[in-house]
Design a binder for this molecule. Structure first.
Ligand code: SF4
Length: 371
């Protein structure tokens, strides 16, 4: 007999969700089973995505029983979700086993996109809260709470997939938190996501965005990671960028550009420069000229991003004075960059009628708990 869920939570203490093949091998040997069983369990967890040991039908009943007594498969529950009437974007607020909440966003393509039929993008979080204090970000107002485990990163995908009518084809690490500050867990999750015996997505469909850890950009290049890299740039001027992103005190703009050049050279891969355009802050002619100059140094494309208001966080000081550029303002910069042969796109805003900015749903939940 396989133990019921309530029993195995009492008795089992190893969460298998999030273990790599090597981790599963270690576990399976530790319970006195042959190592090859780990590969079978690995496939059940990630390729076939079963949620209980009962579903692992090529394992003997005795082994399933033993697994139930020694391990469990962590699941997420959805605390709440919001669906955009405008474009079908879905924001999930997941509740984790310690009661903390994180946000994940499922983003359908625009109907006009060339690959509208097949694309479905998931924006995942890597930390609960964030320590970096970017002045334009709702998540920053939560402060840093903790890193997500590899299993929690994977569960964002696995749970969202059960709600999505179409297969999720792309993952962007642009949700709550700074991925480079949870490097090992994020990379383990990516290894499982891109493994053909695991979740099986192409590494070309994974994008990791950093606020600017030049050292980790170089590390990714040295490790020859096959995923795409994006830098949240937002200004080429150290003083302006420091006001927007205090991390700039540690890694100056020149450090970042040099790290990206290194990345280009070492991996032969292009990078993305993300640029939220703030009216009167980073949209002057000087800013645009600096952006053109930086883009010419690199193999890159530039994404111009509309700003989502973070009024919900009751922003003060510098944050309170940030306003997104108008549509016309964005288009003007887009034209100038294009005229200078910089590959540039204006990123559309997903879910504008729901709490669209990163972290807003989680922050709103925290505020509701506090009030
Ligand atoms: S923008 Fe990203 S790195 Fe900056 S505070 Fe928000 S979550 Fe952290």
């Amino acid at each position: 007999m396989i133990l019921s869920k309530s029993n195995f939570f009492l008795m089992a203490d190893t969460n298998l969700k999030g273990l790599t093949l090597a981790g599963l091998e270690q576990f399976i040997v530790s319970i006195g089973e042959p190592k090859y069983r780990a590969a079978q369990i690995y496939q059940w967890l990630y390729k076939y995505r079963v949620t209980s040991f009962d579903g692992m039908t090529n394992l003997s009943v005795a082994l399933r029983q033993k697994l139930s007594e020694t391990a469990y498969i962590e699941q997420f529950s959805v605390a709440t979700s919001q669906t955009s009437k405008a474009d079908g974007t879905v924001k999930f607020l997941y509740e984790l086993s310690d009661g903390k909440k994180i946000e994940t966003v499922l983003i359908p393509p625009r109907v006009t996109a060339v690959d509208a039929e097949e694309r479905m993008t998931l924006c995942v979080s890597t930390q609960i809260g964030c320590a970096l204090d970017c002045t334009f970000c709702a998540t920053a107002s939560m402060g840093f709470i903790r890193n997500l485990t590899t299993g929690e990163i994977l569960n964002q995908f696995l749970t969202a997939q059960t709600f999505s009518e179409k297969p999720i084809t792309n993952i962007v690490f642009m949700g709550m938190g700074e991925p480079m500050l949870n490097y090992d867990n994020v990379m383990s999750a990516i290894d499982i996501i891109t493994d053909q015996n695991g979740i099986g997505l192409s590494s070309r469909r994974i994008t990791l965005s950093t606020a600017g850890y030049a050292n980790h950009i170089r590390k990714m290049a040295d490790e020859d990671r096959k995923i795409k890299l994006a830098l949240s740039l937002h200004s080429l001027r150290d003083d302006v960028r420091t006001a927007l992103m205090p991390l700039t005190k540690k890694f100056k703009v020149e450090d970042l550009l040099a790290a990206l050049e290194y990345y280009n050279k070492k991996t032969k891969k292009s990078v993305m420069l993300e640029y939220i355009v703030f009216e009167g802050v980073n949209d002057t002619d000087q800013d645009v000229q600096l952006l053109i100059k930086a883009a010419r140094r690199l193999d890159c494309r530039v994404n111009l991003i509309p700003f989502h208001s973070i009024d919900i966080t009751n922003p003060k000081g510098y944050s309170a004075h940030l306003h997104g550029a108008s549509k016309e303002g964005l288009e003007q910069i887009w034209k100038k960059l294009r005229a200078n042969d910089v590959i540039t796109f204006i990123r559309h805003s997903a879910g504008v009628d729901i709490d669209a900015a990163c972290g807003q749903l989680a922050v709103k939940n925290e505020l509701e708990i506090l009030n």
